[in-house]
Design a protein around this ligand. Structure first.
Ligand code: NAP
Length: 389
């Protein structure tokens, strides 16, 4: 039977990889696509996949794209804004939603898909970092199927026996990370790192925000918090291991000493195809590992002084949710400022630390409360940057 899918953030790196997988699978029908600034890419995707809906954030972009589609004789209806994203995530016709918007902007549409009980392919880790408890409660309430797309969490899911539940037999989770492009960089020169250097990941092709997060290893810290929520774990049940080759995507250690690892090329098409086909398997289009050419699989412990944000994330994972919201919001503002050349690479850490230290925990009763803390922290971080730190 055909499965209908909405892809939130189809113009991004994960969105494009999802469409690459779907290109060879006519059993999936693309129901809706969404983009933000990359209007041309969204238009090209609509011409190729002919979805029922396309969503853009800017009304002028949406209007000009709608006119273009009329001229092309394309039936795709163009919608605009947050409400429209939530609509394509929760439409009764949709079976599966790929949540691949980057950052806090992905929270509400992803939650709309969860609330509607969809099969949700979760790439937008920021949703869980910001609203973990409320988010997982909504998964239980609605009966949504949550499948992790982050390669590490997808690997853990597979090593747990294709499920989120962690049995008593599990001793710990080993979350692997390549260490990013600055693993061997002289610490004294970190403040000179340029956006292009920070985004030059040795193994993965990704969007610029997550690439900078990989360089600071904030990404691994966000993944630690994400894993705590997804698998219902304490931070001390998760060990982070540097694995520069990015072939082992993560591991689960059991009480009898067995360690199960999931391996594959560093290509997001594999976890995407795994989640699309779950509980079955399907062709992803990713290259296969060739063990005759793999000469080395190295593992190292973390040099904590090199990645202070990772340590901060571990502390925040054990604190009130408000601190995780502040951590994420300040990081988004700081990374955007770094990419714009407004601050240096090492100032990202200063802004995030300042925001977390300035946070006063409040009771979070709803997503509106989460968004309030998020907006307040963004304003604080922006102010700090404009004051020149
Ligand atoms: N890339 C990876 O390999 C990877 C791996 C694991 C997890 N993830 C996670 O997957 C998510 C997406 O990452 P990515 O690398 O694919 O990011 P990306 O390449 O930057 O793409 C982000 C997508 O979100 C859209 N977007 C950005 N801001 C938006 C806003 N304010 N409102 C609505 N849409 C917005 C973008 O639209 P435009 O491009 O049109 O502006 C694009 O479609 C992130 O949460 C990331 O942590 C990514």
């Amino acid at each position: 039977m055909t499965q209908k899918i909405s892809i939130l953030g189809s113009t991004g790196s994960i969105g494009q990889s999802t469409l690459d997988v779907l290109r060879n699978h006519p059993e999936f029908e693309v129901f809706a696509l969404s983009g933000h600034q990359n209007v041309k890419a969204l238009s090209a995707q609509c011409q190729a996949f002919r979805p029922r809906y396309a969503v853009l954030t800017d009304p002028d972009d949406a209007a000009s794209t709608a006119r273009e589609f009329v001229d092309l004789g394309l039936d795709t209806e163009v919608l605009c804004g947050q409400q429209a994203l939530q609509r394509i995530a929760s439409d009764p016709a949709v079976d599966t939603v790929m949540a691949a918007i980057v950052g806090g902007a992905g929270l509400q549409p992803t939650l709309a898909a969860v609330a509607a009980g969809k099969k949700v392919l979760l790439a937008n880790k920021e949703s869980l970092v910001m609203a973990g408890g409320l988010f997982m409660d909504e998964v239980s309430r609605s009966g949504a199927t949550l499948l992790p797309i982050d390669s590490e969490h997808n690997a853990i899911f597979q090593c747990l026996g294709n499920q989120l539940e962690v049995s008593d037999g599990v001793e710990k989770i080993l979350l692997t990370g390549s260490g990013g492009p600055l693993l061997r960089r002289d610490l004294a020169t970190l403040k000179e790192v340029t956006p292009d250097e920070a985004c030059a990941h040795p193994n993965w092709q990704m969007g610029r925000k997550i690439s900078v997060d990989s360089a600071t290893m904030m990404n691994k810290g966000l993944e630690l918090i994400e894993a705590c929520w997804l698998f219902d774990l304490n931070p001390d049940q998760i060990e982070i291991v540097i694995h520069p080759q990015s072939i082992v995507h993560s591991m689960v250690q059991y009480r009898d000493g067995s360690v199960l690892a999931q391996m594959g090329q560093p290509d997001m098409k594999t976890p995407i195809a795994h989640a699309l086909a779950w509980p079955d398997r399907m062709e992803s289009g990713a290259q296969r590992l060739d063990f005759s050419t793999i000469t080395e699989l190295r593992f190292e412990s973390i040099e904590v002084s090199r990645f202070p944000l990772l340590d901060l994330c571990r502390q925040v994972a054990g604190m009130d949710q408000c601190y995780a919201i502040a951590l994420n919001a300040a990081n988004e503002i700081a990374v955007a400022a770094f990419l714009e050349g407004e601050i240096t690479f090492t100032q990202i850490q200063l802004i995030v630390e300042f925001a977390v230290n300035s946070t006063v925990a409040i009771e979070l009763l709803s997503i509106a409360d989460v968004l309030t803390v998020d907006q307040q922290t963004r304003a604080l971080a922006r102010q700090r940057i404009s004051e020149g730190l």
